[in-house]
Design a protein around this ligand. Sequence first.
Ligand SMILES: Cc1cc2nc3c(=O)[nH]c(=O)nc-3n(C[C@H](O)[C@H](O)[C@H](O)COP(=O)(O)OP(=O)(O)OC[C@H]3O[C@@H](n4cnc5c(N)ncnc54)[C@H](O)[C@@H]3O)c2cc1C
Length: 373
Amino acid sequence: MKIAIIGAGISGLMSALELVEQGCSVIVFDQKSAGKAASWAGGGILSPMYPWRYDPAVNLLARHGKSLYIEWNQKLKPVSGIDFEIQETGMMIFDEADFEQGLNYAQKFQEPMQECHYLHQKQIKQINPLISTQFQHALYFPQIANIRNPRLLQSITRYLKQHPQVELIENCCIHQLNKVNGKIQSVTDQNYQHYFADHFVISTGAWSQMWSAQLDIEIPIRPIQGQMVLFKTPQNWLPSMCMNKVMYLIPRADGHVVCGSSMSNCGFDITPDARTQQSILDACFEMVPELTKYPIVKQWAGLRPSSPHGVPYIGKIPNTNNLWANFGHFRNGLCMGPASARLLRQLILNQPTLVDPALYSAERLNTDLLAMP
Ligand SMILES: Cc1cc2nc3c(=O)[nH]c(=O)nc-3n(C[C@H](O)[C@H](O)[C@H](O)COP(=O)(O)OP(=O)(O)OC[C@H]3O[C@@H](n4cnc5c(N)ncnc54)[C@H](O)[C@@H]3O)c2cc1C
């Protein structure tokens, strides 16, 4: 069986991995380079921030993120030569208004990843001595991990490129879905070249709304820009991730610290701006004042594929027999990525599913209204 996948972010690349491992042939297209859009720009936190603020359907997929990445890292590393570093640094949250809900959430759902402790200042200092003394209390989630997402994408891309059943075509923008009697027969790129397959997957992230006109269905996905700032500190300098007012710091083992992130509705613009950068810096320096001593080495912005309630569309697209959706992961596409792709593969191949597929059904495209955050 041959599957064509449009879009090589985490959603498309993970879908390709799942499908080739089941013996399918896969062709993946990206309008630019593989793995360089939102999935590269993200922070790699393997949990929704404040999971209790999200639809349960988001948490249901995200809960599988860490364990599936551990498995994939073991499988891909010997071939790709890249370790994408699943670091269990834990996460401290200082938003006091969320403390009760966070503790109740942990108590109610008992998800190992959302194990949660209430900390006093002395305990905060023991775990992370760099936290400002103005924070007297915190919630601590010791199991929450992060991955180096640019390395993850590189590792998957290398693995797929050497695989005999995979063709990865970059700088190839798919413009047209060619449908005959409800079935997509082929897709056409910017050079009018046609590509045929048995099934087709749309995993075009923030660009997914572009298919609305051809499919005669409103696809309520919009780009929401998020900016990031990268610092370089000494190795293993910051012991834990920390978050306050939806701004966070993510330490990498080599001393890089990723700080983010903003939310801006400005179309497809990915130019970082000084005002947004300052708001990120203010929030991060408030949590970790000593960070001011270290240099900023990079800044960037990416486009999150926002969807109503942040619940992705995974499943067959209405009025088609062989066109599948895997898009709309908004703020949580990296942590939902492996389970989303597994669910998609199970649906395409008619296998038992790891979660209830109705929660993500693309039939929702018939009823969901455009909901901008
Ligand atoms: C600043 C920031 C921080 C984030 N932090 C986190 C985090 O810590 N944890 C987390 O889980 N998530 C995080 N996210 C969200 C996460 O990055 C996204 O949800 C996820 O990357 C979406 O993946 P995707 O594959 O759907 O989209 P993308 O990675 O954007 O990939 C879509 C691809 O489709 C291609 N494409 C589009 N149209 C076409 C076409 N017509 N033909 C061919 N190719 C096409 C694009 O070029 C692109 O490569 C963050 C996002 C941002 C921006």
